[in-house]
Design a binder for this molecule. Structure first.
Ligand code: HEM
Length: 435
């Protein structure tokens, strides 16, 4: 009887420990083996490699821009789901629900602010991340496909923000979407049908609100989640982030094996690659076979646990703090309810499409479809056109001066057009000074 009692007490005493152990199978690691095991066995960490290159961890290299984009997406998903509890995609209710959010829902204002500013932030950060990838030449072989996935993510991010813009159903939303979708209408042959498909009608109304809502809360987020998963999977398969070492040329395993020559009385072997000077590896290195990468020595890497994890948590905290700070300081705009008879003058598209709107003011077809179409095509074809292997993994490499200059010219022109459209255009799209 007393043994049974003892065992019941022991079970109770051990309960917390057993629960924790069932979730975290390894104790906090204190050895290299433990650090590796933690990365392997943890659901969230197994997506990452056991070791990560020191360069990838340098804040000045990636600036955490991709990670911040991801965390903004997570913040948008969480705040978006909470907003869905209150929002109704109906032209008669949507605006009132926005007012309710402001006046009678606990934390409603901060919730809406966080969602709004994180959405704008994501557009900007994804763009900056794309610039980082370009300026470090990180789109080159074998990362061409990941660049394509990235381009798709950029377009999806713009589209997610654009579809969300309509939902408050105020004057700003209504006229921005009216202008934005009319740009799509300039496409030859399919323009009108495309606009009709998007709006479900010939004008922005109930059908458009419903379509934008479904696209915004289900279709686009699911596509982004799927594409982000493929994006990360490809980063792993492409051998982590691009590094300068790759320039030196890694010979194919078979070629490298063919070039191996025994050159020492002790088991030391020389590996000769096409472009790199001869390197010497111990025989233990060779038996690890394809896992040993020429030009990528162990000293260049550190364990992901805890180095990468700490960096990621830091970026996460920074992102949350940044979004919170902006949301506490600035309220998301909410103008008068929709009045289809009174368009504001000028009616402006969302800021990221104001460069397009500015171009459209010069030529409807070339500004709205022709030039952006060519730019998009160049973006897609880029890694297949620019095949050089120089300057990978370095910011503003001298060898990439021409490519970087062309890219930066495009960036500056587009930013310039956005600034003009945002601050220097007044009634009837006349040039006005904001000062
Ligand atoms: C939702 C949008 C996106 C997310 C969440 C995302 C996330 C990430 C993350 C976390 C990384 C690891 C390195 C880093 O933090 O910079 C990365 C790398 C990369 N991303 Fe993105 N990304 C997005 C959009 C894009 C876009 C728009 C492009 C280009 C058009 C792109 C191309 C790449 C490439 C090629 C790499 C590998 C870079 C290297 O090897 O250095 N990504 N992305």
């Amino acid at each position: 009887m007393s043994t049974e009692k003892n065992s019941a007490v022991k079970t109770l005493v051990d309960l917390p420990k057993n629960v924790v152990r069932s979730v975290f199978r390894n104790p906090l690691p204190s050895s290299d083996r433990g650090r590796a095991a933690t990365s392997f066995t943890n659901f969230f960490l197994h997506i990452q490699p056991v070791r990560v290159s020191k360069q990838a961890l340098k804040p000045s290299y990636t600036m955490g821009l991709g990670l911040i984009s991801l965390f903004l997406f997570v913040i948008l998903t969480v705040t978006g789901v909470l907003l869905m509890f209150y929002y109704v995609p109906s032209t008669t209710q949507a605006y009132d629900r926005m007012l309710d959010l402001r006046s009678s829902v606990a934390f409603g204002v901060i919730l809406r602010n966080m969602h709004r500013w994180a959405a704008h932030g994501m557009v900007a950060l994804v763009f900056l991340h794309m610039c980082r990838v370009f300026l470090t030449g990180a789109y080159k072989t074998p990362r061409e496909f990941n660049w394509l996935i990235g381009v798709a993510l950029f377009l999806l991010t713009l589209f997610a923000s654009f579809t969300g813009y309509l939902l408050p159903w105020d004057q700003l939303a209504f006229w921005a979407i009216t202008v934005g979708t009319s740009i799509a209408g300039y496409a030859p042959l399919i323009g009108k049908s495309l606009r009709f498909l998007l709006l479900g009608d010939s004008t922005v109304g109930q059908e458009a609100l419903l379509r934008f809502y479904v696209l915004h809360v289900v279709v686009i987020p699911m596509m982004i989640a799927l594409f982000v998963a493929v994006h990360f999977w490809r980063i792993r398969k492409d051998g982590g982030l691009a590094k300068p070492e790759q320039e030196k040329g890694t010979a194919a395993p078979a070629a490298a094996a063919g070039a191996i020559a025994a050159s020492s009385p002790v088991p030391v072997t020389t590996v000769v690659t096409a472009t790199a000077p001869a390197r010497r590896f111990t025989i233990q290195g060779l038996v690890r076979g394809p896992f040993v990468k020429v030009g990528k020595l162990e000293e260049d890497t550190v364990f992901s646990w805890p180095n990468l994890l700490i960096a990621e948590l830091f970026v996460l905290l920074l992102t949350i703090a940044g979004v919170m700070a902006v949301s506490l300081l600035f309220n998301a705009p909410l103008e008068q309810p929709v009045n289809v008879m009174h368009p504001p003058n000028p009616a402006k598209a969302p800021w990221y499409f104001l460069g397009l709107q500015e171009q459209v003011s010069y030529s409807a077809f070339w500004g709205g479809i022709g030039v952006p179409g060519i730019e998009l095509l160049l973006l897609v074809l880029l890694p297949y056109i620019d095949r050089g292997r120089k300057g990978i993994g370095r910011w503003f490499a001298r060898e990439r001066l021409l490519a970087n200059s062309i890219f930066l010219t495009f960036v500056v022109v587009n930013v310039y057009l956005i600034v003009i459209g945002t601050f220097f255009r007044g009634a009837n799209w006349q040039f006005v000074s904001p000062f």
